[in-house]
Write a protein that binds this ligand. Sequence first.
Ligand code: IDP
Ligand code: MG
Length: 147
Amino acid sequence: MEKTLVILKPNAVQRELIGELISKFERRGMKITAMKLTRISPETAEQHYEEHMGKEFYKGLISFITSGPSVIMILESMDAVEIVRSMVGATNPAEAASGTIRGDYATSPGHNMIHASDSIESAKREIELFFRPEEVYEYRLAVRPWL
Ligand code: IDP
Ligand code: MG
């Protein structure tokens, strides 16, 4: 089964929306195999966003993502990467469709609420960056045959 990494960014925690957002993934039928509340360190943030180093929004991005606790989780389902990206919506909330998380909860690209891995390769890299193997749980959901 495919896995993807999601970060509910510090503004999702501050706006008290993490429960609502986690519910959307549960309702969709995604299994949470790891989850934690943590303040991302500058070193980890720089590794996570290394592809954006040098861009004009990079400094602000690192300072925002490290500004307070985030919720980080691994979600698992068939086609998890594609499904979660479609639930998250476009990077710029102004272009995100209503019904997507960014389209429903955000207005600015810098505070777009949520991160989701953009490919299976990114998901693997990001999962290894944020979780040790013993923090990831393999278990069966009783509803699995109905999804
Ligand atoms: P993604 O999160 O949709 O994959 P990326 O292009 O990978 O988008 O950018 C990473 C993050 O950097 C975005 O989620 C957003 O918070 C921030 N970002 C991207 N482009 C801009 C911008 O033009 N202005 C401000 N922040 C941006
Ligand atoms: Mg990205």
